[in-house]
Design a protein around this ligand. Structure first.
Ligand code: UDP
Length: 486
């Protein structure tokens, strides 16, 4: 579709203030702007600072992308000053308060809807009230979950059939009913909120509201591509009856050069040129990249298990480390003695934020140890990198199943328990890390997985090119919104 027929469309993009939600939403806004749509990103002042870096290039090329800030009521809601993003909270205890605070964004959003009257609002799933806000002004609302089709389907099947009620222990496996692929889980791998349905927590109620508001919305936009999870994309639409458009992988479409790739999310804590120069010295497929997304952090004991496991694997590695906030003041004793000195040249530790997409795309990267956050999983697929899966929270256990059992492009590290944002105790031991890393890097099975993910990477590229499945779905969506407007 040419830009000339849709230049008049104006869309609000309203991400939940967490890196894993902001990053793909900003990519999405850039994508729509590249199609001639006026894209306004609604966010709070501190988040706007990071977003403005990410959109700098798109702004100069089209001037169709803008940020509109609204105040965030930290103090009114009982949050420490400046906590405008969930990753800046001092501890997970503040999560419920943070979610309550985001509800206070409804009034400012409605003021903007009244003033600017966009043609559509694409709002995060954690803002269920946005459907009603948009409806007040006769504006269609689209939902963005930021996750995979498999997890959208699995979550719904779990909600409908509650299979965990049919097992007698937390470790007995059950099959997710009506979900293609015989996907098995245990109760331990589920978050506590769907299980405790007699006394739903505030978060469980929010998820319920999200589900209801999704059903009343105009539809769902998904950061995925059809070839990756065809069965689940079809199931979501045809069996569960949802109206959905897949338009990804977003990271692939909107970040064409090094600067754009490095400026996604937060400020990188290592010079990206240094990091790439280090990788340049390595042979193709010889380095393991380890990163657990934007939110998770680890206790010292868990970090030590990873360090020992990596060392024992004998592989070269690039490891992004984030310690739990309570342990940040503690020194570096989680590292085995002389670890960095002894492994100099063989292993590189990034403390903080890494330019992940740039790293994954480097030919030296041979595997990705990931928590299966959907952005990371999709970025791994797009870069053609096989994975060691280590799901921890949110919907990550479903994404693991897609990687290891459906697509067969990864091996599980053996995570058995759904956790919180800080991984302590009950974690994964060093020998499991060693085994997982060796299995993904050596031998015939590893080669087969690498070949399969390379094919998917090529398909991802085709999906976003002219005539590809995501390209076509995006055009269909823009066309439909254009018609609706008329
Ligand atoms: N990310 C990054 N550098 C880091 C950590 C994360 O660029 O050091 C990016 C990563 O590329 C992805 C996002 O942050 O786009 C994390 O999203 P994901 O869904 O994987 O996990 P979450 O952080 O939401 O758990």
């Amino acid at each position: 579709m040419g830009s000339e027929c849709c230049h008049a469309l104006h869309i609000f993009f309203f991400p939940f203030p967490a890196p894993g939600h902001i990053i793909p939403t900003v990519d999405m806004a850039k994508l729509f702007a590249s199609k001639g749509v006026k894209a306004t990103i609604i966010t709070t002042p501190l988040n706007a600072i990071l977003i403005s870096k990410a959109i700098e290039k798109s702004k100069t090329s089209s001037n169709l992308i803008h940020i509109q800030t609204i105040g965030f009521p930290c103090e009114d809601a009982g949050l420490p000053k400046g906590c405008e993003n969930i990753d800046s909270l001092p501890s997970p205890e503040f999560f419920p308060t943070f979610f309550i605070a985001t509800k206070m964004l409804q009034d400012p959003l409605e003021t903007l809807l009244l003033q600017q009257h966009p043609d559509c609002v694409i709002a995060d799933m954690f803002f269920p009230w946005a459907t009603d806000s948009a409806a007040k002004f006769g504006i269609p609302r689209l939902v963005f979950h930021g996750t995979s089709f498999i997890s959208l389907c699995a979550t719904e099947c779990m909600r409908l059939y509650k299979p965990w009620k049919n097992v007698s222990s937390d470790t007995e496996t059950f099959v997710i009913p009506e979900l293609p692929g015989e996907i098995k889980l245990t109760r331990l791998q589920l978050p506590p909120f769907p299980i405790n349905d007699e006394k739903p927590s505030e978060f469980a109620s929010l998820l319920e509201e999200a589900k209801e508001s999704e059903l009343r919305s105009f539809g769902v936009v998904v950061n995925s591509f059809h070839e990756l999870e065809e069965v689940y994309a079809d199931h979501y639409r045809k069996v569960l009856g949802r109206k959905a458009w897949h338009i990804g992988p977003l990271s692939l479409i909107c970040n064409r050069d090094m600067e754009e790739k490095a400026n996604r999310g937060k400020e990188v804590t290592i010079d990206e040129h240094e990091c790439l120069k280090w990788l340049d010295t390595k042979k193709p497929n010889s380095v393991v990249y380890i990163c657990f997304g934007s939110m998770l952090s680890f206790s010292s004991s868990q970090l030590r298990e990873i360090a020992v496991g990596l060392d024992a694997s004998g592989k070269q590695f690039l490891w992004v480390v984030r310690k739990s906030k309570s342990e940040q003041k503690v020194g570096e004793e989680w590292l085995p003695e002389d670890f960095e000195k002894r492994l100099e040249g063989k292993g590189l530790i990034i403390r903080g934020w890494a330019p992940q997409v740039l790293i994954l795309e480097h030919e030296a990267i041979g595997a990705f140890v990931t928590h299966c956050g959907w952005n990371s999983t999709l970025e791994g697929v797009a870069a053609g990198v096989p994975m060691v899966t280590w799901p921890i929270a949110a919907e990550q256990f479903y994404n693991e199943k897609l990687v290891t059992e459906v697509l067969k492009i990864g091996v599980p590290v053996g995570a058995k328990k759904w956790g919180r944002m800080v991984l302590e105790g009950d974690g994964v031991k060093s020998d499991a890390v060693e085994k997982g890393v060796k299995r993904i890097m050596e031998g015939e099975e590893a080669e087969e997985m690498r070949n399969r993910v390379k094919v998917l990477s090529q398909q991802a590229q085709w999906a976003v090119e002219e005539g590809g499945s995501s390209y076509s779905d995006l055009n269909a969506l823009i066309e439909e919104l254009g018609m609706l407007r008329q």
